[in-house]
Design a protein around this ligand. Structure first.
Ligand code: ADP
Ligand code: MG
Length: 703
């Protein structure tokens, strides 16, 4: 498997170079380049029998021509496909080479969607292969044309050539060594020779069921590796040293007794779990997971208080200055109240460090000398010149907003030879399947209970053109009760719009109402109330001032971009209107909605749409459920984990076969990987496995 790629028959230096360029260096890399899908060419239909939907047609093509549309700068290539029974039109967009690709004497298989476009049925953007090529490859590789593997487009070689190289390797497949350990109770398909058999079946299937069986095994292998990597990371984490922070039971009880509210059962349990973990000399690596409004901040604050009481420092990292400031102010108020209630109580000295902080050098000195016990801040905390005297505990709020590198930077600020305890907090619930896999190295504390007295949030989708008039009376009614409103819309001033449409061209925001115009309009509609504007491009102190005014109810309607998306807490705001709601993802909508319903009044959320027809699945799910966990599962299904945990953390998490929504598979693999990970030293006996999971280990570390 580790032999260089140019040892394969049919791979000359030029081909080898091309393959190396796309990361295929060894025989193993080549073999793990799995087919994207399988095509059943025997399912080709005659043109007279065509039905709308995905189809395969075997026919010739003629009358090809390409034209340009002036308005959307598209090229359109059209042609006519015919067989003995009839003819249909076909069309490709922005694929001008299609006009020259075909020889009108030969037959091709065309695979595409047969659908109604502008009142006519056409075959849109079909892929095409020479029919004789398919027959030749099938006979050469010993596969059947009813289950032909299709390899991904990233291949720099023509698919048929790629397949040819693989079939040259065909006799070698039986020699592929097993990868996974055999553990008692492994499912049936992990038997000696299973891997060789599976890879063979995937590349040279006799039929669809055969290919499927092969893929099932490979999916198991992938999930096993992913989980094992996370488990091993956990083991490695356990070998690091951290500062032990003994549980000061009496001290904590005193604080808890004097809080302005009673902790929920879930808050008590989580606090207890965390305080226990902080006592250990191995670093805690824990996720505090709780839906929006479940009260995570106080749990973190109690842990920080215990850290300070033990003479060490805590850093609390927040993704936005608004949120950091809010944490700072609410904790300061909380601690002041406690100090007044219990004179002499030693509470943490806290400080705020954001980009806008004045006299930074002075503050940084105080942090370095250990005069500050709890530093709350944004990315400004991460700079090299922010040094701590004794950083023992890190809290990362809204952890999904940070990348691995940023977290790493913070963790490295601990004293030499020590790793800090880490508490990551998130309101973006991590579905169980991901908890077992990608996040398998984390301990989890769960806030599955909202503070008492919270009323459910009612959510409605409103079509702006038809139903907007229903909205204003509702707003009026709420304002008359002395309550407040968030109105969410997109930034885009005219100049930004002009330049962004050139670069992105996505057209996603076109037609959206800009925040400024909306604020003006609402002020005219509600002259008796104060309407204010908030967006990310404003100066930091301006933003702070507006948030403060909103928190004090000096502003009644806050017209804002998504800068208020995470964490912002103004319990008197009980209505949120999200304009152009189709432009937001499900997780984001849920976060935005979480800004309301944080007090004891009923709250409502309106999702405005401008489109025609049925609202998207996302919006309908929002209307049906306020359960963040349920919505996260739905999101995972709609978008897939790559999207959700993509750019930021798992750019490389590139599962070829397995689906992170396959809970049965995950449960099985998890069980076996956990067994194996109990004796990590055994990995020495499986060098190929060890090297394959390295990439996952780097990815899952420090989630
Ligand atoms: P989140 O989990 O979304 O970060 P916060 O920590 O911001 O939630 O808390 C939301 C609101 O609920 C805050 O106003 C907080 O003071 C309040 N809160 C937290 N715990 C309780 C509780 N046990 N009882 C009543 N209110 C609480
Ligand atoms: Mg929060």
């Amino acid at each position: 498997m580790s032999a260089p790629i140019d040892t394969v028959k049919g791979v000359g230096p030029k081909t080898a170079a091309a393959l190396t360029r796309v990361g295929l260096r060894t025989v193993g890399d080549l073999i793990y380049c799995l087919p994207r899908v399988y095509e059943n060419y025997q399912a080709a239909v005659r043109i007279t029998d065509l039905r709308p939907g995905k189809v395969i047609i075997r026919g010739k093509i003629s009358d090809l021509r390409t034209r340009h549309t002036s308005r959307r700068r598209l090229t359109i290539t059209e042609g006519v496909i015919h067989d003995v029974t009839g003819a249909i039109r076909t069309v490709w967009f922005n694929q001008p080479y299609r006009a020259k690709q075909f020889d009108d004497k030969h037959e091709y298989f065309f695979t595409g969607k047969y659908e109604l476009k502008n009142g006519r049925y056409v075959l849109t953007s079909p892929s095409a292969v020479l029919a004789q090529d398919i027959e030749k490859t099938a006979s050469e590789s010993g596969t059947s044309s009813d289950c032909q593997p299709i390899y991904a487009a990233k291949n720099v070689l023509k698919p048929q050539f790629f397949q040819k190289i693989l079939s040259n390797l065909r006799p070698e497949f039986a020699k592929i060594p097993d990868l996974l350990p055999f553990i008692d109770g492994n499912p049936g398909y992990v038997k000696p020779g299973a891997r060789a058999e599976a890879l063979f079946a995937v590349h040279f299937p006799e039929n669809a069921a055969d290919a499927e069986k092969g893929r099932a095994y490979l999916a198991y292998e992938e999930i096993f590796e992913l989980i094992l990597a996370a488990k091993l990371n956990k083991h490695e984490n356990q070998r690091l040293k951290s500062i032990s922070l003994p549980f000061e039971a009496e001290f904590i009880q005193q604080i808890v007794k004097n809080l302005p509210f009673q902790l929920t059962g879930a808050q008590r349990r989580s606090t207890w779990e965390i305080l226990q973990a902080l006592e250990k000399t191995t670093p805690m690596n824990r996720l505090l997971q709780g839906d929006v409004g479940s009260g995570k901040t106080i749990v973190a604050a109690l842990a920080a208080a215990q850290t300070a009481r033990n003479g060490h420092q805590t850093a609390l990292l927040a993704p936005t200055a608004i949120l950091a400031t809010q944490h700072y102010e609410s904790l300061q108020k909380l601690f002041q109240g406690l100090e007044e209630a219990i004179p002499g109580l030693e509470l943490p000295q806290i400080a705020l460090l954001t980009g806008a902080t004045k006299q930074k050098p002075r503050l940084k000195k105080r942090i370095a000398y250990g005069e500050i016990d709890l530093v709350i801040g944004t990315h400004a905390l991460l700079t090299d010149d922010t040094e701590f005297n004794s950083l023992a505990f890190c809290i990362i709020d809204e952890q999904h907003r940070f990348g691995v590198n940023q977290r790493q930077k913070l963790l490295l600020k601990s004293p030499e030879g020590h790793a800090p305890h880490l508490l990551s907090m998130t309101a973006t619930p991590i579905p169980r399947s991901l908890q077992l896999t990608v996040f398998g190295d984390l301990d989890v504390s769960l806030l599955n209970e909202l503070p008492p007295g919270r009323q459910p949030i009612t959510t409605r989708i409103l079509n702006e053109t038809e139903q907007r008039d229903e909205l204003y009376p509702k707003m009026r009614e709420l304002l008359a009760k002395g309550q407040q409103i968030y109105w969410i819309c997109q930034l885009i001033d005219e100049s930004a719009k002009a330049s962004s449409s050139k670069t992105s061209g996505s057209g996603k925001t076109s037609g959206a109402t800009p925040v400024k115009r909306q604020a003006k309009k609402l002020q005219e509609l509600f002259p008796d109330y104060t309407v204010s504007l908030l967006h990310g491009k404003m100066k930091a102190d301006e933003k702070d001032q507006i948030m403060e005014d909103f928190a004090m109810n000096k502003i009644q309607i806050l017209v804002s971009t998504t800068v208020v998306e995470v964490g912002v807490n103004v319990p008197n705001a009980n209505m949120i209107i999200i304009q152009d709601s189709e432009n937001y993802g499900l997780a984001q909508l849920h976060q935005l909605r979480g800004r309301v319903g944080r007090g004891d009044q009923p709250a409502s959320c309106f999702l405005l749409t401008t489109g025609e027809g049925k609202p998207s699945r996302r919006l309908r799910e929002m209307e049906k459920s306020t359960d963040g966990f349920h919505l996260a599962e739905v999101d995972l299904k709609i978008r897939g984990p790559g999207e959700i945990y993509g750019a930021m953390q798992h750019g490389e998490l590139n599962l070829q076969v397995a689906s992170l929504t396959d809970t049965k598979l995950i449960a099985e693999a998890s069980h076996h990987a956990t067994e194996f990970a109990k004796h990590p030293e055994n990995l020495q006996n499986y060098p190929e496995l060890a090297s394959r999971i390295k990439k996952y280990q780097q990815l899952t570390t420090l989630n």
